[in-house]
Design a binder for this molecule. Structure first.
Ligand code: MLT
Length: 210
């Protein structure tokens, strides 16, 4: 079955198909349009791909099921991560972009599915900005993410994501060999200007090493 049936929004780069593509993954209750302004702010030249999570929790779109806040349905995390990874591959062919130029930008539930794709489908994703992420699952064995570069931006006073959980995520990703930057913002679960500025700096550094 074609996975391009994810409801999504694609904004091509005005600079041609060689530009990077930001995969914008919304939080619970968001949609494909939510992070378009953030993506544009982070990189004015990038193509933008925003899928909408297929799960509905009380009418709110999400990327995978949860049993309670912070308690995930692991089987569903695995299934949905593969579905979304397949969609990304098909979108690359359909919209003619280079999948190697993909950078995930995920917020909250979107950051968690991005982390799950890194862990389960490392061939699909090597770069990710994870905003207010937590551990989505612990795969055994861990994948080899030696070529991956990941920014995690957490909120010091986040009532949803415990500090130990973010640290566990960062440690697990480091164990895979990934280059992980963990930033802690003096904030709660909502994003701040500080998150955006850290993400921009991280993208600039990525540019200089490309
Ligand atoms: C999740 O369910 O992925 C996290 O608890 C974050 C959220 O969406 O509230």
């Amino acid at each position: 079955m074609s996975e391009l049936d994810f409801t999504h929004r694609f904004v091509p780069s005005t600079q041609g198909p060689t530009q990077r593509v930001l995969l914008l993954l919304h939080g619970t209750g968001g949609n494909e349009d939510d992070l378009i302004p953030l993506g544009r702010n982070l990189d004015p030249n990038a193509a933008l791909l925003g899928p909408r999570g297929k799960i509905l929790e009380n009418g709110m779109p999400r990327f995978f099921r949860r049993l309670a806040e912070g308690v995930f349905d692991e089987e569903d995390v695995i299934r949905r991560a593969h579905q979304l990874a397949d969609f990304v591959g098909e979108a690359a062919r359909f919209y003619n972009f280079d999948p190697k130029r993909l950078i995930a930008v995920g917020y909250s539930n979107g950051a968690n599915i991005a982390a799950a794709i890194l862990l389960l489908r490392p061939e699909v994703l090597s770069f990710a900005i994870l905003l207010r992420a937590m551990v989505p699952l612990v795969p055994k064995p861990l994948p080899d993410l030696t070529d991956a570069r990941i920014l995690i931006s957490s909120g010091e006073y986040d009532p949803i994501v415990a500090a130990e959980n973010v640290q566990q995520l960062a440690r697990m990703l480091e164990k895979t060999g990934a280059n992980v930057t963990l930033h802690t913002e003096p904030a709660g679960h909502a994003l701040t200007r500080g998150d955006i500025s850290v993400a921009k700096d991280w993208l600039e550094n990525l540019d200089s090493s490309e």
